[in-house]
Design a protein around this ligand. Sequence first.
Ligand SMILES: Nc1nc2c(ncn2[C@@H]2O[C@H](COP(=O)(O)OP(=O)(O)OP(=O)(O)O)[C@@H](O)[C@H]2O)c(=O)[nH]1
Ligand SMILES: [Mg+2]
Length: 413
Amino acid sequence: MRVKRYVVNALPEAVSRIRTELGKDAVILDTKEIKVGGFMGMFRKKKMEVIAAVETNSPKQPDPAPRKATPEVHAVVEQILQTAQRGTSAGTAVMEPPAAAAPSPAAVEAQPPKSAERENKEQYILNEIRDLREYMIKLSKQQSLLHEMSEPMLQLKERLQQQELDEEWIEKLVEELLEKQKRENRSFQKEEVWQQAKSIMAGWLEPFSNADISSEARIVHFVGPTGVGKTTTIAKLAADQTIKRGKKVGFITSDTYRIAAVDQLRTYANILNVPLEVVFSPSDLPKAYKGLAERDLIFMDTAGRNFRSELYVSEVISLLQSNEPNETILVLSLTGKTTDMSIIADRFTKYGIRKVLFTKLDETTVFGAILNLILKYQLQPTYLASGQTVPDDIERFRVSLYLDKLLGDGENE
Ligand SMILES: Nc1nc2c(ncn2[C@@H]2O[C@H](COP(=O)(O)OP(=O)(O)OP(=O)(O)O)[C@@H](O)[C@H]2O)c(=O)[nH]1
Ligand SMILES: [Mg+2]
């Protein structure tokens, strides 16, 4: 995340600088009035401090050129504001054609200084006009893409829409396919459309592929919303480590909220012959680590909470302390709603958590959310859990197998 501080005379000035320098996805985090300059505490000028930030994970290009409104646009805005004002005072709002009233650039410059409120309104209207313009460009681009698309490509698009893949990625994929067809001067048949789509998306996912729990980490924390399968997943992974890899595993649980939560992990601990420590607060952690000093690997279970709330996120983060190499895995269930998963991923990636594990693959046939989340938050998928059976229903995340599921075989399209 890139955070920047602006000291300006009025908010609209900050807004246009933020848009130009940080791009249109930047958000204002805080504004406050400050006093600057002066002499011995006197004659200090009132200014406004604005803190803005932009997510650098999915680097959005800042606006290419500082988009200053032309005098003509100013004139149109002026016209809208005047008409609106007349409309409020006289109870009617009749809009005249803007061109007829457009004053010359010189006339625009000669206007008296605007009030902050007026500047705010003007900025608002300018933003609206820009957004509308961007929307129109997008719409016409979509229209022209539709004309160029062959039947198999339309089918591919439909399949990916059903899979709830974000429009942004569908559009990018179609554009790349069309470009490829043009370069090769031919039209792809259905099978090839599917193959090419797979290889393009595999390229996108490549930087995030082959992630596993770090072999360096001695402590691995599992966090995630309620009921996504954290405890079950820990049991599956612990079985793999103890039985197949011969590692000495230890468990810690901080899930003391839910009745029987400790017993749930204790049952797995007994079956796998793994010691378990219970912590009620961060201050219990040193004792728990001491109790497990002989173990090669420690899996820590945490309570599922409503992590759309920042408060719960910071609470669980406070439990993830250790002086030893450690990492945290965010567990998300594919039965969750994409928007909720996105909010939760956003919360945890802000704390630097990038590894993710998806569960309940067996309970859905819609897989787009995985790609959306990986690309939006630069998440590294580790495992896919696909059932309730411990220890079998889990496997490493493989890009190729995942894309086969996402694309389907094209038969029913
Ligand atoms: N179908 C399916 N069910 C799963 C999967 N993983 C876990 N479950 C089930 O989901 C339910 C909740 O699993 P838990 O492991 O208790 O989930 P949790 O995240 O620890 O839950 P809390 O600790 O309450 O937040 C149980 O019934 C599990 O058997 C999976 O991959 N597929
Ligand atoms: Mg649990």
